[in-house]
Write a protein that binds this ligand. Structure first.
Ligand code: SF4
Length: 445
């Protein structure tokens, strides 16, 4: 394939890890050949679709998108279609059979061979060590520090499609962050299925802590990043966490450094110990409450968000009531509420999916409503406060969107005669005057 000005279109479904993976693959091509990004699907010469398998709905959306590409492939025989992600891992042969026009199909367990595969497909020399290019000039960028998961929650497909935990080496993480900060990135978001369980791989020998000769853990990594790059003005955040891996040390580091986000996403999933056990979550409701208390005691201003699942097999009304109860008690800043859907190959899929659809829907509605009421009340407390805001995008001539250190979204409007110097990527200080749905509202004159 002649690589003269070939255009890449990215379509990513699913989690932050997929966003980072798509950009990584595009970066490999751009660094090695004459490729560039396009946001016009019809003009693309390479289409990268990164798929998700976490719910049936996500797989259906990816299938429908891939199906629509057949027409483009008929029109342009040179078009290359690359399908990545967890769905590609879980159902490679099914996808190949259904969409024979796909050129490359690779799941996360095959990513290590991608440079070679791309090299053969595009006849270019791919450099395996390509850095993240921040293709979309984002203010906030995901930096993967680990992939995979050892937890095997009974409903989750991730350990099967992404494998067990693998940690990125520290030198690579640090140098990627430095490149991003040098390019003006203002928020680094460390990502992984389970970031708190990070430990530096053995090849980072020279970086192991001298006192203990232990490999570096997540709290130490966080502290290292903040100290090493203290001359830059940036915030750091991390996603996602498992309650069993949240340690006092992590909370202490957040408390000690003002540029680490005062936001923690800590999936609870259910308020019933019986259901938590069936989910193989490895904590009890009591233990989870203790963790939240510890976090709030150390950092009272922190915002805590969560994930909840309703309608897990055998969930009775009393289990659901327990979830409502703990949600009322713990007052999350916001929550993602999901209706259970079985994933083939997981342990939970062997259980009878016996909660009727209407019951799942009713519980979903009720829990979501409760979470939204709590979220609204929590946001009310911000009215009248002054917040430092990182501006992330401009919605229209007079409206900007940003976030504060507790990861609340803030909409700032300026009037036509405003002298405010407000730009994407800037940190500004502003007063919150109102709230609208999930947004904190601020006006600058
Ligand atoms: S912790 Fe559980 S839910 Fe999260 S990725 Fe691992 S197995 Fe899936």
């Amino acid at each position: 394939m002649n690589t003269q000005h070939y255009k890449i279109y990215l379509q990513t479904f699913g989690c932050q890890m997929n966003v980072a993976d798509s950009e990584y693959v595009a970066s490999l091509l751009i660094t090695s050949g004459n490729f560039q990004i396009t946001n016009q699907l019809n003009k693309a010469d390479v289409i990268i679709i990164n798929t998700c398998s976490v719910r049936q709905h996500a797989e259906d959306r990816a299938s429908s998108f891939i199906g629509r590409l057949k027409k483009l492939k008929i029109k342009n025989k040179d078009l290359k279609i690359i399908v990545l992600g967890c769905f590609a891992q879980r159902a490679k042969f099914e996808l190949q059979k259904k969409f024979p026009f796909i050129d490359i199909i690779a799941g996360p367990l095959e990513y290590e061979y991608l440079p070679e595969i791309l090299q053969n497909t595009f006849s270019i020399n791919i450099s395996k060590n390509s850095q993240h290019l921040n293709l979309f000039n984002k203010v906030s960028v995901f930096v993967p520090i680990m992939t995979g998961c050892n937890n095997f929650c009974s409903y989750c497909i991730v350990p099967y499609v992404r494998g067990t935990e693998k940690y990125r080496n520290i030198k690579e993480i640090l140098s990627e962050i430095k490149v991003l900060l040098d390019k003006g990135v203002k928020e680094i978001i460390l990502i992984g299925q389970n970031v708190n369980s990070y430990k530096s791989p053995n090849l980072d020998h020279e970086l192991t802590t001298e006192a203990t000769n232990q490999n570096i853990n997540f709290a130490q990594l966080l502290e290292m990043i903040v100290n090493l790059y203290s001359s830059y003005k940036f915030w750091i955040r991390f996603l996602t966490n498992h309650p069993k891996d949240i340690s006092y040390d992590i909370i202490k580091v957040i408390k000690d450094y003002s540029n680490i986000s005062r936001h923690i996403h800590l999936p609870l999933q259910s308020g019933s110990n019986r259901i938590l056990q069936l989910m193989n979550r490895n904590y009890t409701v009591e233990k989870y409450k203790e963790i939240i208390q510890m976090i709030r005691q150390e950092i009272p201003e922190i915002s805590i968000t969560t994930d909840l699942i309703v309608g897990f097999p055998t969930e009775k009304e009393e289990d659901f009531e327990s979830t409502l109860q703990i949600v009322k008690e713990l007052q999350f800043d916001s929550a993602f509420v999901f209706k259970y859907s079985p994933r083939k190959g997981t342990k939970a899929a062997e259980l009878l999916d016996n909660v009727p659809k209407e019951v799942k829907e009713k519980r979903h509605f009720k829990l979501l409503k409760l979470c939204e009421e709590i979220s609204y009340k929590k946001n009310l407390k911000y009215i009248g406060t002054t917040q430092e805001v990182l501006i992330e995008l401009q919605k229209d001539k007079n409206t900007f969107i940003g976030k504060n250190i507790t990861n609340k979204t803030i909409q700032i409007t300026i009037n036509d005669n405003s002298k405010s110097n407000i730009n994407i990527g800037k940190f500004i200080t502003t007063k919150i005057c109102d709230i609208k749905n999930h947004l904190l509202i601020s006006k600058l004159s």
